[in-house]
Design a protein around this ligand. Structure first.
Ligand code: 5GP
Ligand code: ZN
Length: 111
């Protein structure tokens, strides 16, 4: 089981920000901004590169829920959503996740 599947199963503790039947959001253990939340599908999808017509509904649901998660976390002045995909992007956990970063003025650079 991957580390995020273990978090979903409750085998590894996390500070939850949002949960429903399909989605879990929890605070990143190594925050890169005052608010740093990871949003993941409960189904194991390895990365953005594995999104297709069979599983994209959960991705749509994640993006429908992100505004609610950001607002509930106290973000009021914008945020960045990032998904690292594959080795060149430094994806370290091979379970699809979207970083929500906010709570400060973020860098203009993306890469
Ligand atoms: P990636 O580098 O794959 O885009 O992002 C993985 C993220 O998962 C990193 O920001 C890292 O800090 C976070 N992370 C890794 N292991 C854990 C964990 O056990 N708990 C939490 N809350 N975050 C984790
Ligand atoms: Zn997984």
């Amino acid at each position: 089981m991957c580390i995020f599947c273990k978090i979903i199963a409750g085998e590894i503790p996390s500070k939850k920000a949002y949960e429903d039947n399909d989605i879990l959001a929890f605070y990143d253990i190594n925050p890169q901004a005052p608010v740093h939340i990871l949003v993941i599908p409960k189904a194991h999808i390895p990365s953005v590169d594995a999104i297709d017509s069979t599983n994209s509904a959960i991705v749509a649901k994640i993006f429908e829920t992100i505004p609610e998660i950001a607002k509930a976390a106290g973000i009021t002045n914008g945020y960045r959503v990032i998904s690292n995909c594959g080795d060149d992007a430094c994806q370290t956990v091979k379970h699809l996740h979207f970083h929500i970063l906010g709570g400060k003025q973020l860098s203009e650079t993306m890469a």
